[in-house]
Design a protein around this ligand. Structure first.
Ligand SMILES: Cc1ncc(COP(=O)(O)O)c(C=O)c1O
Length: 391
């Protein structure tokens, strides 16, 4: 009873171990994980390649020095591989401990690089819970208890091209998720992100894509922005990046990222960001993603899953919508009560599901990208059973 709780009804499963798509509890039960620890376990839980990399690094050194002062091979190799995978010209990587820190770093970099102060974000967004990231998170109920937050933040409606005119040449950065996760798995229409890029180019505002949740194959591409061929000025990453270890990053072109080391130098430092054990784990994890072509698997399995859920929607009046890309799927149900009961019933039957922060009728379905066809069917059968129950 000494661990601070942040939820009125935590899952309270006592974890024994986790492997692949399964979480095992100390009472001998096992749960099929359709959440991946909220988008973290893209290569499955406790992947042997990641465990081996962690063991090897632990035998060499742990923390040695604060960020950037000494050469740490796991950081160097991960930054190199990431820069090969990221769309050009995003090639210089700053490692952090988490997603919210990656966004803090990106926002600070944009302000310093442009010399401007105003920020633009979108309603329904989620960028993390530290003060800066919260300032650009698009839901008042989470911001208001902590105000005053950053000044000069404007929220625009997501996926509304007409309102992009509000971005002017006082804006340092526009931050958005390519697909809103906590906002309810909202995929924008095809012209939105290209129009946003165009507006930022016109005004000199830096475009930040928060790919903390959409990154690393989740949406059927290694990075979701590839789907629209739109390259941001800064991309932020975390969650699946560390292969289960805490790790975040923001990356941009050399000229932009250089701003943190001049006028004054040490403009943004961290003690533990890019910890060598996390980077070794991240490197092993990224190699698995590439070797096993997990973005393609996510695309295929996602199509199968969405087709099956749409088929179910034809038979179940509770389903209002099935949406998403790859294995980032949202199942919209007809009421908060039914959604809550549905998720609880699924848990009883051994399936881990959840909802999103800004929506209480949207069931989030984000299984590990390594999920097999048989495991997908097991999960689907449980979903079907739980939807059939009359309320
Ligand atoms: C899109 C997005 N950005 C940022 C964050 C914050 O990441 P972290 O919890 O690692 O700080 C999250 C976490 O859910 C997220 O989904």
């Amino acid at each position: 009873m000494h661990v601070c709780q942040t939820s009125a009804g935590p899952l309270s499963l006592e974890i024994d171990y986790a492997d692949g798509c399964w979480v095992h509890t100390t009472d001998g039960r096992r749960y099929l994980d359709f959440l991946s620890g909220i988008g973290v376990a893209n290569i499955g839980h406790t992947h042997p390649a990641v465990v081996a990399a962690i063991r090897e690094q632990v035998g060499k050194y742990l923390h040695v020095m604060v960020y950037g002062e000494v050469i740490q091979q796991p950081q160097v190799e991960l930054a190199e591989l990431l820069s090969k995978c990221l769309p050009k010209p995003l090639e210089v990587v700053y490692f952090t401990n988490s997603g919210t820190e990656a966004n803090e770093g990106a926002l600070k970099t944009a302000k310093k690089f442009t010399g401007r102060r105003r920020l633009v974000a979108f309603t329904g967004s989620y960028h993390g819970d530290s003060h800066g990231s919260l300032s650009v998170t698009g839901r008042g109920v989470y911001r208001e208890p902590f105000e005053p937050l950053l000044p000069e933040v404007t929220f625009l409606p997501f996926d509304n091209v007409d309102r992009l005119e509000a971005i002017d040449d006082n804006v340092a950065a526009v931050i958005t998720e390519p697909i809103q996760g906590e906002g309810g798995i909202r995929v924008p229409s095809d012209h939105f992100l290209p129009a946003l890029r165009e507006r930022c180019d016109k005004t000199g505002a830096l475009l930040i894509f928060d790919e903390v949740q959409t990154g690393f194959g989740r949406t059927g591409k290694l990075f979701a922005c590839e789907r629209w061929n739109v390259v941001p000025d800064i991309i932020t990453l975390a969650k699946a990046l560390g292969g289960g270890m805490p790790l975040g990053a923001f990356a941009g072109r050399r000229e932009i990222m250089r701003t943190l080391s001049v006028d004054p130098p040490l403009s943004h430092v961290t003690t533990f960001g890019g910890h060598p054990v996390s980077c070794a784990a991240g490197l092993a994890s990224l190699r698995v993603m590439l070797d096993e072509d997990l973005p393609r698997k996510a695309k295929e399995r996602g199509e199968q899953l969405r087709a099956a859920l749409r088929h179910l929607a034809g038979k179940c009046a509770h389903i209002r919508d099935v949406r998403g890309l790859g294995l980032m799927i949202g199942l919209e149900l007809d009421s908060p009560e039914f959604t809550q009961q549905f998720v609880a019933r699924a848990l009883q039957r051994g399936l881990l599901l959840g909802w999103t922060l800004h929506s209480n009728t949207l069931v989030r379905i984000t299984p590990p990208l390594v999920i097999s066809k048989a495991e997908l069917e097991t999960g689907l059968n449980i979903i079907e059973e739980c939807l059939k129950v009359k309320t």
